[in-house]
Each structure stands twice: as C-alpha cells, then as structure tokens.
Design a protein around this ligand. Structure first.
Ligand SMILES: *[C@@H]1O[C@H](CO)[C@@H](O)[C@H](O)[C@H]1NC(C)=O
Ligand SMILES: *[C@@H]1O[C@H](CO)[C@@H](O)[C@H](O)[C@H]1NC(C)=O
Ligand SMILES: *[C@@H]1O[C@H](CO)[C@@H](O)[C@H](O)[C@H]1NC(C)=O
Length: 399
C-alpha cells in the first residue's frame, strides 16, 4: 500500500489557491482561432471571454466555485509596441486587457492570461524572453489574477532559473497573481528530472504531462501518468501548490458521459485544478450537472489537498485512495477501463481496498446514498459501467 506523504516542502507563499483553482480556459476547445471575420462567435477575442464569463455566472458554475476565466495563447498582436510592451490584438481585444479584467471583477470573477518563457509563444506570438520583468509589470498593471507561463521556443535546461526569475518579478509587482508553470512538462520532454521541491516553492500549479485532447485515449494516458507517479510527484500536491493534469473536456465532442464522469472523478480525486475547456453555450444538462456536482467538487476542494494515489491496477480495474481532512476518512475511486458492453462486477475484501481500519461506512457520491457498513474482512461489491468510475467516501467506525 502506498504511503501518503504529507507536504513537507515549503510552497510558494503568496497566499493564493489554498484549494485547487476552478474556472474556464480557452485552449483545448478554442485553440488559436483568430479568424473573427469568418468565425466571430468562436475566435479568441474579448467577446468570447465575456460570453463565457456571463454563462459561468448565469448557469450556476460560479455558485459552485468556478471563478477564473483564463485567456490562453493567441491573444496578442504579432509585435510588441515601440516601448517593448505587449499589446493585445487590437481587432479582437478592442477594449484592452485591463477592461476585460475589470469586466470579470465586476461579476465576481477573475481573469487569467498567458505568456511564454521563450522567444515566442507556441502559437508564434511575442514571448517573454528578455522581457520578463516588463511583462510581469504589464500583467499587474492590467490587474490580471493569474499567469500561465508556457515553455515553447526555450531551453528546458534554463527553466529552473528562468521560471524562478519570473516568479520573483511577479512577486515584485506587489499584485497577487496565481503562477501556473509548464516548467516540469518541458523538462520531462527533454529527459531532465524535474525538481518538484523547487517547482512547488516557485509555482502555484504546474503541468507535468502533455496537453489534454478531446479523447478517451488522452484521458487514459493522463490517468496512467498519475498512476505511475514517477518521482512521487503526488506528495508535492497541497494547499497553494498543485500538480496540473490539464483541462476538463467534459461537454466537448470526444468523450461519452461515462468517460466525462471518469475524468471528473479522477481530477477531483487528485485535487487538481479544474479548468473546463468547453463551449458553455452548448452543453447538455447532464454534463452541466456533472460539472456542478457538489459532492464531487467537495472532494476536489477538500482542505487537506491530498492527491489520490493508485493503490493497485489489476487488469482493467484501478483503485485510488485520497485521504480527506475529516479524521480518517477517504475518498475511494474504482475505475473500470474494460470496454465490454455491460457493467463490470468488482468484488474485493475491504482491506484490499487499502483501508486498514476495523470498519467503515461507505457513502456513494453520485447519488449521495449510503452504500453500506463494512468490516475490514467483509466483501465489497460494486458494478461499474464500461469506462466508468465508482466513487465513495469511506468513514471509519469503531466496529
Ligand atoms: C511576495 O513574497 C512574499 C514572501 O514570500 C510574500 O509574503 C508576499 O505575499 C508575496 N507577494 C505577492 C504579491 O505575491
Ligand atoms: C516514493 O515513495 C515510495 C513509497 O512511499 C518510496 O518507496 C520511494 O522511494 C519514493 N520514491 C522517490 C523517488 O522518492
Ligand atoms: C435543461 O434544463 C432546463 C432547466 O431545468 C430545461 O428547461 C431544459 O429543457 C433542459 N434541456 C434539455 C435538453 O433537457
């Protein structure tokens, strides 16, 4: 059984994101679509972010905790201005970024922005190389609340020093900004072992695996990476500093409802940042209810902030445990990767679930229903749909 290490490494001390941040991010769904002439409703523009902000509020997402609206790549003009300052594309962001931040704040939301450590962003727009201090100051001046700092067109060997420097420039502005880093992702890609201790001291969240795509294959590859937990990166997760498995794609094209559910369950089990990347104008009630499920979100936002660790994976069944702040309780997720077209029956002894207490009460989370009282030697049986997940909370009892 895996040990749960408490976070012993000092985190970035900016007081932000003590629970995983929640919000909406444009990249996975809207990419680098800059064609506002032909596709005005879907291009990267202030209109898109305002539309999503309005829906975050009117459709109830804000009420359950989604608060960031985050810009990703392709918001800029192709060149800096004559003073070297970043400028948003004037046609797509005619009011400017500060006005957009004001708009978010007026709705009780926050605005995130995107830049890149290298010479160019991944989409080919001006990068922060040689301009980090100036860009940090610009973002503070615009009143943005979060920066995602990417790593295209740069040398991963320089990332530790470079991302630390950007963190210092952000801090020096005196304006609180959540700092999201892609530093470990690029280092792993370059076969450099990331120093998660240094990363946690510098960043509020950090990507360590490739971009999520709109497919079950992509979700599964992320679940596997988090299951392997190479370098015990799970032990660095906690208040103020989060491993980031990338965006939620529920509501898009590629996943079935069961697959959306599994992604949402796992991201919540890991206490991961929850950034939806979908079109909030076109989302089924079913998926919307999933994304707003209070019981699942409470697991994601649990104050302990522990990242679930995979206890075992036996053929198509994986078992994950996440300790919760409430004394001795655990969130238990069982994922069924079997795609055979009927619910898969899983039956194990309670002590094989990795729970070592004498007895537990189980509450199923989706329906918020008491599932049963089990002693450690009792047989625990569930049926899980193909590619679906079972989620319960186990609360210890004396006997
Ligand atoms: C800057 O860093 C100091 C020391 O870690 C911290 O107390 C402060 O809150 C930080 N300020 C901002 C704006 O991040
Ligand atoms: C990860 O944790 C396991 C058990 O908790 C331990 O045996 C292993 O040495 C750790 N590995 C690293 C790289 O820290
Ligand atoms: C979704 O829910 C709303 C409000 O409960 C309802 O008016 C609408 O008809 C539902 N839409 C679908 C497609 O079920």
């Amino acid at each position: 059984m895996a040990l749960f290490l408490t976070v012993s490494v000092k985190g970035l001390d900016n007081g932000l994101v003590r629970t995983p941040p929640m919000g909406w991010l444009s990249w996975e769904r809207f990419r680098c679509n800059t064609d506002c002439k032909n596709d005005p409703d879907n291009c990267i523009s202030e209109k898109l972010y305002k539309t999503m902000a309005d829906l975050l509020v009117s459709e109830g997402y804000k009420d359950v905790g989604y608060e960031y609206i985050n810009i990703d790549d392709c918001w800029m003009a192709k060149e800096r201005d004559s003073q070297g300052k970043l400028v948003p594309d004037p046609e797509r962001f005619p009011s400017g970024i500060k006005a957009l931040a004001d708009y978010m704040h007026s709705k009780g939301l926050k605005l995130g922005i995107y830049e890149d450590f290298g010479s160019k962003t991944c989409g080919g727009f001006p990068g922060s190389e040689f301009y980090m201090m100036s860009d940090a100051n610009t973002f503070a001046e615009w009143n943005v609340d979060m920066l995602k700092f990417d790593g295209c067109y740069s040398d991963p060997k320089q990332m530790e020093a470079g991302f630390k420097a950007m963190g210092q420039f952000l801090n020096n502005t005196g304006h609180p900004m959540v700092y999201s880093c892609e530093w470990p992702l690029y280092q792993i890609g370059d076969k450099i072992k990331p120093d998660y201790g240094a990363i946690r001291e510098t960043c509020n969240l950090w990507r360590n695996f490739g971009d999520v795509q709109d497919s079950w294959t992509s979700i599964l590859s992320i679940i596997d990476f988090y299951g392997k937990d190479d370098g015990n990166f799970s032990s660095y997760n906690g208040p103020g500093g989060w491993n980031d498995p990338d965006m939620l794609v529920a509501g898009d094209f590629g996943l079935s409802y069961e697959e959306e559910k599994t992604q949402f369950v796992m991201w919540s089990m890991w206490s991961s940042p929850l950034f939806m990347s979908n079109d909030l104008r076109k989302i089924s009630n079913h998926t919307k209810q999933l994304l707003q499920h209070k019981g699942i979100l409470a697991i994601n936002q649990d104050p302990l902030g522990a990242q679930a660790v995979r206890q075992w994976q036996i053929s198509s069944v994986g078992l994950w445990l996440k300790p919760l702040a409430k004394n001795g309780s655990y969130a238990v997720a069982i994922v069924n990767r079997d795609d055979q077209g009927m619910p898969h029956k899983i039956s194990v002894q309670v002590n094989q679930l990795g729970l070592s207490g004498p007895a537990y009460n189980f509450t199923e989370v989706f329906d918020n229903k008491f599932y049963g009282h089990y002693k450690s030697s009792d047989q625990f049986t569930v049926e899980i749909n193909p590619l679906g997940a079972f989620l319960a909370i186990a609360t210890p009892t004396d006997s």
